[in-house]
Design a protein around this ligand. Structure first.
Ligand code: PEP
Ligand code: MG
Length: 574
């Protein structure tokens, strides 16, 4: 028996047969050179496979509509755009013509050039692009060979693989192939693949290094619960017995979660917890109604700017914000965060200065204050959207008090302009800041006197406190939000806010994690904002906790100096 630990994307416990996917993706070298007379036919064959690829993606999109969220289907649109990219297509055609290589080889060689170009750019956003283009490449090559359904053998099995691409997963879903689980080497917990695995509810374990160096036997136990996250190769009788029990308990818990979907998020001793949703783009009414959030705790506005060809104007922004918030009641709190561009989030139409370390460079509020007209347009749009609604405004990446003052000064100016223009807007809008850097923690008591609320961004706070890049796989072990330094920082912020009667919420990924919810409630933080997919489980957990008795948990975790011990303490409550 061997136990391999990893990180989970979707929780579950399954026992089953494995499917080892050792397929070779690497270059096998050029297969054969074409005769001059074959070139036109080969280009034709390539074009046919492009058409087939597009048709199959369109079919996939139609058949999955309604089954998985609109947001998750955007990946198909991205792939269709690559298949329509005139530069990419003509590069391949020219390659076939010039080098007399077969379509398969030409697709591979040209695509590899793009991949190595994107990799060299070292801009994290291009990592997703690399996956997209790899995925498209495989689809074109598959259609060149028009292979039969290669997934049939996978039905009901646990896939062991280096990496599976998002549309491969979507294809299986379309072909009604039901994977029992996935174990993979690739470790991107926040990748599109992890998000899809969650949407398709497949227990998924990520980050098993050198996955094919293990002696995989036929059957495994795959445990992707937050408590364990491991795969057990060749489990012994005793372990199998124990797992029968664990599976039963897990299923009971899941039923509880489903039952509590429309019940209030109140602890056993009657404390209300506000569970809000993080939204980045268009989200349908069905997606929202399925989890009934109390409001939007973080509306990231970057996507609206990123998908455009130029900075969105005031009216375009108002339409876009209204489109998102129309699915909520007028009284529901909606926190719109001003543009948090820079670092991993770049605009295609605005060339940022090259910085050695862009995460420490011009991002968030720093960018907005350096481009005042762009910032003022957004402030006007938010103020006008907020009219008659419970909309609040939030500034990201605040590191010093002057940034708050300068931003508020601009807000005042913009209000005056709107007044002069006789435009309707929310004059008494609440203003808050994100706490995501160490200086904001240290200065929280001073900042609390300047704003109405704090929202703690644990994604960035963790990376800046621990000096560990949130996107790097190399230091992913160090990027640990349960590090006592992070938890102590959160508590310092809570105390500072309490002193001045200001509210605190959490809006980083951690807000949706079960262990973290126990920690936050123990510190008296009862306002959380998370991805929609975590809300039901969070609600069920809140309903099972006794708020008063969690006070001693706070004492215990704040005294701990080891994150593993902290996790052990918190695990007991979930
Ligand atoms: C955070 O840093 O925790 C946060 C919520 O902001 P983002 O993930 O958009 O940087
Ligand atoms: Mg952040």
């Amino acid at each position: 028996m061997e136990i391999l630990k990893g990180t989970f994307a979707f929780e579950g416990i399954v026992v089953g047969r494995i499917f080892l996917d050792k397929k070779e993706l690497s270059n096998k070298g050029i297969t054969a050179l074409l005769d001059e007379r074959e070139i036109d036919g080969e280009i034709e064959r390539f074009r046919d496979s492009l058409e087939l690829s597009k048709e199959s993606l369109e079919r996939l999109k139609t058949s999955l509509a309604g089954k998985i969220g609109e947001k998750d289907l955007e990946i198909i649109t991205a792939h269709l755009m690559i298949l329509d990219d005139p530069v990419y297509i003509s590069d391949i055609e020219k390659y076939i013509q010039k080098n007399r290589t077969k379509a398969e080889d030409s697709v591979k060689i040209v695509t590899d050039k793009y991949i190595s170009l994107f990799n060299k750019l070292e801009i994290p956003i291009y990592r997703q692009k690399v996956l997209d283009i790899k995925d498209v490449e495989k689809r074109i090559i598959k259609n060149l060979n028009s292979k039969k359904n290669e997934w049939a053998d996978l039905n009901g099995k646990i896939l062991i693989t280096e990496e599976i691409l998002p549309t491969e997963l979507l294809n299986m879903c379309q072909e009604n192939i039901k994977l029992k689980g996935i174990v993979m080497e690739y470790g991107g917990e926040t990748s599109h693949l992890a998000i899809l695995a969650k949407a398709l509810e497949i227990p998924t374990l990520m980050g098993i290094k050198n996955i094919f160096s293990y002696d995989w036997k036929k059957d495994v136990i795959l445990d992707t619960t937050e408590q364990n996250s491991c795969v057990i190769i060749e489990p012994d009788e005793k372990t199998l017995e124990e797992y029968k029990d664990k599976i039963e308990k897990f299923n009971c818990k899941r039923e509880e979660i489903e039952k509590s979907a429309f019940l209030p998020a109140v602890t056993l001793d009657g404390v209300n917890v506000s569970l809000n949703m993080n939204i980045s783009g268009k989200t349908t009414k069905e997606e929202i109604d399925a989890v009934t959030p109390d409001g939007i705790g973080l509306l990231r506005t970057e996507l609206l700017y990123m998908k455009n060809n130029s900075f969105p104007d005031e009216e375009e922004q108002i339409a876009s914000y209204n489109d998102i918030i129309k699915n909520f009641d007028e009284k529901d709190p909606i926190i719109i965060r001003t543009l948090d561009i820079g670092a991993d989030k770049q605009l295609p139409y605005f060339q940022m200065k090259n910085e050695t370390n862009s995460f420490l460079g011009l991002r968030g509020i720093r960018f907005s204050l350096s481009e005042k007209n762009i910032f003022k347009t957004q402030l006007r749009a938010i103020l006008r959207t907020a009219y008659g609604r419970n909309v609040k405004i939030m500034y990201p990446m605040i590191t010093n008090i002057n940034e708050i003052r300068e931003a508020n000064e601009l807000l005042k100016e913009v209000k005056e302009e709107l007044r002069q223009e006789d435009k309707k807007f929310k004059d008494d809008i609440e203003v808050g800041i994100m706490i995501e850097v160490p200086s904001a923690v240290m200065m929280a008591d001073a900042f609390a006197q300047e704003v109405d609320f704090f929202s703690i961004g644990t994604n960035d706070l963790t990376q800046y406190i621990l000096a560990a890049d949130r996107l790097s796989e190399t230091v992913s072990d160090m990027y640990d939000s349960y590090n006592p330094a992070v938890l102590r920082a959160i508590y310092i912020v809570k105390q500072a806010a309490d002193k001045y009667g200001k509210s605190v919420s959490i809006c980083g990924e951690m807000a949706g994690e079960q262990k973290a919810i126990v920690a936050f409630l123990s510190m008296g933080i009862t306002n959380l904002s998370m991805v929609g997919g975590s809300i039901l489980a969070a609600r069920a957990l809140v309903r099972s906790l006794d708020y008063t008795s969690l006070k001693n948990v706070k004492e215990q975790i704040l005294q701990c100096s080891d994150s593993n011990k902290i996790k052990e303490i918190l695990k007991k409550y979930i």
